[in-house]
Ligand binder design. Structure first.
Ligand code: NAI
Length: 680
């Protein structure tokens, strides 16, 4: 598209209409910036100019594909300044989401009009940067420092109603936007002072310190929230000084590792929704889902599906269990209502779409069924026998199993092209990750339907092949094994937990086991014992804890001990002496590990396992492993995931670290081809 079409100017009497047309979100690409610059000169002489956008939204951000290259002129801060300085004053006429550069452009205009429902934000913090076109300098001047902190440091968005209350808008239009602009122009108020020429009170030193430490605690190592706070404080300086500092920091941050990692996550989230396996396949329209088993997982899955607008039928063992399932889902929906996640009318509507029954008849009209009964192959097989008998021959059948091989579950099911695993994470209505487990027989349109359903539920759907634990739990088992070897060789649980928290994990591996309970992994280890390579190191401490009824927080003790009513873990000499005894019995002379030595080993193991999963064709791409880790296991998004992290420190370095880990535990690790390839 030529620049004159990307930004067009139309004169109507003494009003100039400037329209940006850069689909899909009218990002402030170099062409848009150049177009705007030329439009600003063209409108001179008109009484007023209106800046608006074609399509579904006003400018919703910058063009992230430009971040890695040198900035191209004209720069956005200069364009915003030209808008502000233009002799013909501008009105920003906004709809959709006004984000980042879009909001900065709007703040260069003399007046701002938005349609009701428009949302505003400075989400740069989410991609590891600060705004670069005066956002942190004009926003506090426009709406005050407190709200600016929520937007710039926490990435929150605000509504048009809230923004007008804060003085950031002149009109919220409920009807036609252009008509609203014309009405406003008819009695055009005096041109207000330029935002850059106003002043603002920023935070006092005490307020700043309190906010800084609060943000720091939440950021878990991410720096961009703190840098946004610092930039907001510069609004106390003369505008040009603050703006220069903002621009310099913006340019530095956008080529930094944090921004690279966050952008990787942003793009991976989109890429993962288009796996090669569904190329050309058309998703089916799913309106009604049956869920068998309305326990912890079933109730969460039902809540997620109701939220996506589906009709849901839960089938339980008897009427009492069906009533309990109904109450469970109603409780989860109520929670959403209380937290303001859904409105009263949505709550009533969603609850109205739910039926809980004890017979399979209720599933006969469903397009898809998900089984979430006990983790027992015979129980699951019996469920699918019932479902196949009552549902159409092509209705999709899915299992939420965590560990059982879906091929075994569906072995006796007719038409296995419709069978798939839909592995949700607990709590299923909250956790973003959805592993779509593909059987060799699963048809592409069934996978496409699963991906589309995942998107409708606002999940991050990741395709996985079949292996023990699929992608996520296999990685988790490996992570824990690496940590256990460190325990045996010299580290203690609290040291490993602290090191992983220091890296950015919300919790270390031992605190997490205590939180979720040690039973499931104990049962798994017993199940896998006959298959375990006898040469592989095995650290029996977790088993010993289970034998001592130390199952974690719920039993008051696990890897740590707990006081009643207090979730804080305390070191326990009993556990530590078990660890020391194990080392002694193996003839290990324990050594000390620094946090960096701990994380280096664990991250090498994670990258190696992720690469093996890709080598085996279980995951389509390394970025898919990162999505599983970020959205299912709390891996810090600002690190980009274990695979991105490995590429950031370099695969050669990762290979070297992994070789060291393998040497320390002979017979226990196989190197991925991806790592071996680094040597060639
Ligand atoms: P749960 O014990 O809370 O719920 C199971 C429900 O299934 C119960 O309400 C039970 O009454 C019902 N049920 C059992 N047999 C039935 C039958 N024949 N017909 C109808 N209903 C029946 O278990 P949970 O935790 O919800 O797990 C369910 C499945 O989800 C398991 O396969 C588990 O491995 C898997 N899963 C569990 C996760 C977790 O964090 N708990 C995470 C991901 C998957």
């Amino acid at each position: 598209m030529p620049p004159s079409e990307i930004v067009s100017v139309a004169l109507e009497g003494d009003i100039a209409w400037v329209t940006i047309n850069n689909p899909p979100v009218n990002a402030t690409s170099a062409a848009v910036r150049a177009g705007l610059e030329s439009a600003i000169s063209k409108v001179q002489g008109a009484r007023v100019a209106v800046l608006k956008c074609a399509g579904k939204t006003f400018v919703a951000g910058g063009d992230m594909s430009e971040f890695d290259a040198a900035p191209v002129e004209p720069h956005l801060p200069d364009v915003v300044q030209q808008l502000e300085d233009s002799a013909t004053p501008f009105i920003a006429l906004m709809h959709g989401t006004v984000l980042g550069g879009g909001f900065e452009l709007a703040m260069g205009c003399a007046w701002r009009i938005a349609s009701a429902g428009t949302r505003f934000g400075l989400p740069e913090v989410n991609v590891g940067i600060i705004p670069g076109a005066g956002g942190t300098q004009r926003l506090p001047r426009l709406i005050g420092i407190q709200k600016s902190v929520d937007l710039a440091c926490r990435g929150q968005m605000i509504s048009a109603d809230e923004l007008i209350d804060l003085g950031g808008l002149d009109v919220v239009a409920s009807g036609d936007l252009e008509e609203a602009a014309k009405a406003f122009i008819q009695s055009l108020p005096d041109r207000p002072k330029k935002i850059s020429e106003t002043s603002v009170e920023v935070l006092s030193a005490v307020e700043f310190d309190t906010l800084r430490s609060d943000l720091k605690k939440r950021a878990k190592g991410q720096t961009s929230p703190l840098q946004n706070l610092e930039a907001l404080q510069w609004a106390a300086l003369p505008f040009s000084e603050g703006q220069t500092k903002e621009r310099a920091l913006h340019l530095k941050m956008r080529v930094g590792v944090e921004s690279k990692a966050l952008r990787h996550a942003f793009f991976a989230e989109r890429e993962v929704q288009k796996p090669k396996a569904i190329d050309g396949a058309v998703a089916r329209d799913i309106r009604h889902a049956a869920i068998v088993g309305g326990g912890l997982m079933g109730a969460g899955i039902a809540t997620a599906m109701l939220g996506a607008g589906l009709q849901v039928t839960i089938i339980e063992r008897d009427t009492a269990a069906a009533a309990a399932a109904n109450a469970r889902v109603a409780g989860l929906l109520e929670g959403g209502l209380k937290r303001g996640k859904i409105s009263q009318s949505k709550f009533a509507q969603q609850l109205g779409q739910l039926t809980c029954a004890s017979g399979y008849d209720a599933a006969s009209t469903a397009d898809l069924a998900i089984e979430a009964v006990f983790e027992d192959i015979e129980v699951k097989r019996a469920v699918f026998a019932e479902l196949s008998a009552i549902m159409p021959q092509d209705a999709i059948l899915a299992t939420n199993t965590s560990y059982i091989d879906p091929e075994q579950i569906f072995a006796a099911t007719h038409n296995q092209s419709r069978c798939v695993g839909l592995h949700f994470f607990s709590p299923a209505h909250v956790m973003k990750l959805l592993e779509i487990v593909r059987l060799p027989s699963t048809a592409p349109d069934v996978l496409a339907t699963a991906v589309s359903l995942g998107k409708r539920m606002r999940k991050v759907p990741v395709l996985s092949g079949i292996c023990d634990g699929f992608i996520g739990n296999r990685m988790l088992a490996t992570y824990r094994r690496a940590a256990d070897y460190l325990l045996a060789d010299g580290a203690l649980p609290y040291e490993i937990d602290a090191a992983m928290r220091g890296f950015g994990m919300p919790m270390g591996p031992y605190e997490l086991q205590d939180l979720t309970g040690l039973q499931i992994s104990w049962a798994n280890r017993k199940r896998l014992a006959p298959m375990r390579d006898p040469n592989e190191r095995y650290i029996p401490v977790a088993d010993q804890l289970c034998e001592m009824d130390r199952f974690g927080q719920r039993s008051g003790k696990g890897w740590y001990k707990y006081e009643v009513g207090n979730r804080a873990p305390f070191r326990d000499a009993e556990v530590e002496s078990l660890i020391l005894e194990h080392s002694k019995s193996e003839g290990i002379s324990r050594r000390e590990y620094t946090p960096a030595q701990i994380t280096k080993r664990i991250l090498a193991v994670m990258a190696n396992e992720g690469a093996r999963i890709v080598d085996e064709g279980i995951a389509e791409a390394e970025s898919h492993i990162d999505m599983v880790q970020i959205h299912g296991y709390g891996f810090p998004r600002w690190r980009g995931g274990p695979m991105h992290y490995a590429s950031e420190i370099g695969w050669t370095e990762t290979h070297r670290n992994m070789e060291k880990v393998a040497r320390e535990s002979p017979g226990s690790w196989s190197l991925a081809k991806r790592l071996e390839d680094e040597l060639r």
